[in-house]
Design a protein around this ligand. Structure first.
Ligand code: GDP
Length: 298
């Protein structure tokens, strides 16, 4: 099996939005910068981050008196890594017991899968985890989370029907009583345009804080790395509603273009705690700005 970096590179390459091809010529000229601009935009980097990167790159080229396109590529990798650096921050557990982590996202983003992977990641590092199925509406969603709970042999608080905020409250109370290290609250998938459902998320957040005055300690958004600029729209909307503390970016092994992370870094630099690089339980990685920049430019 390929390493996640190789799969990430393969995924990025599949899109045909290869940025690296821009640097195969012999000259550094306006045409190269124009091609680079197109390639960055094609890779979902967005207008603002693309402008930032081009300006930063030109400054670096000038400062270092670089003349070789291949060397410009290395400078771009540095510029990109610097832009992405604020996103590189680990999720820290242990300050509170339990650490309450609320997880939100649109349907199909990979939320439940990511919670399953995260549960394993936490269990592997010796943490006890309790899952809360706050999607009380969809039986399939509860069952799917139940499968991940079984796979990880962790407890799950689940209830058919009823109020998602009430289930979350019960889960946090149970997590406290049973001295769990982490309570992961899986919320129902929703679009930021569904205002009543966004209000429901705010209610979950409020009610959870009644069970534990400092909770939730983390509010994560799971986004599908394939959705390009749409992912940025989701980050803005969920952040406005919930004050996100972290992101999980999934499906970077697929056909994701990757540039959206630069767009996020430019506009909403919310830490990317993890990236999803496959469907298997172990396919969750911590984000490294430098490695990601290198993969994107390989
Ligand atoms: P949810 O609706 O947000 O809970 O999404 P799910 O967790 O059910 O995931 C939707 C689909 O995406 C499933 O088929 C998952 O196996 C798949 N998926 C989730 N994360 C990844 C990932 O990192 N890579 C790949 N290739 N597939 C993923």
């Amino acid at each position: 099996r390929q390493s996640w970096m190789e799969r990430l590179k393969a995924g990025l390459r599949k899109t045909g939005s290869s940025i690296a091809t821009v640097f195969t010529g012999t000259q550094i000229n306006d045409a190269l910068y124009e091609e680079l601009e197109d390639a960055l935009l094609m890779a979902d980097t967005g207008v603002k981050a693309t402008e930032h990167l081009l300006a930063d790159l030109k400054r670096r080229v000038k400062e270092t008196k670089t003349t070789e396109p291949a060397a410009v590529k290395a400078l771009l990798a540095d510029a990109l890594a610097d832009l992405l650096q604020p996103l590189e921050k680990p999720l820290t557990i242990g300050e509170h017991q339990p650490t309450v982590i609320m997880v939100a996202g649109v349907n199909g983003a990979g939320k439940t899968t990511s919670i399953g992977k995260l549960t394993k990641h936490l269990a592997d590092s010796g943490q006890t985890v309790l899952l809360a199925a706050a999607d009380t509406f969809r039986a399939a969603a509860r069952e799917q989370l139940g499968v991940w709970a079984n796979r990880n042999t962790v407890e799950i608080i689940s209830q058919e029907g009823g109020d998602p905020a009430a289930v979350s409250f019960d889960a946090v109370s149970a997590g406290k009583a049973r001295k769990k290290d982490v309570v992961l609250v899986d919320t129902a998938g929703r679009l930021p345009t569904q205002l009543h459902l966004m209000e429901e998320l705010r209610k979950i957040k409020r009610v959870v804080s009644k069970a534990d005055g400092t909770a939730p300690h983390e509010v994560l958004l799971v986004i599908d790395g394939n959705t390009g600029q749409n992912a940025l729209t989701q980050v803005r909307a969920f952040d406005d509603a919930l004050q996100l503390t972290g992101l999980v970016v999934t499906k970077l092994d697929g056909t994701a273009k990757g540039g959206v992370l630069a767009a996020i870094a430019q506009e909403r630099p919310i830490p990317v705690y993890f990236i999803g690089v496959g469907e298997k339980i172990e396919d969750l990685e911590t984000f490294s700005a430098k490695e990601f920049a290198q993969a994107l430019l390989s």
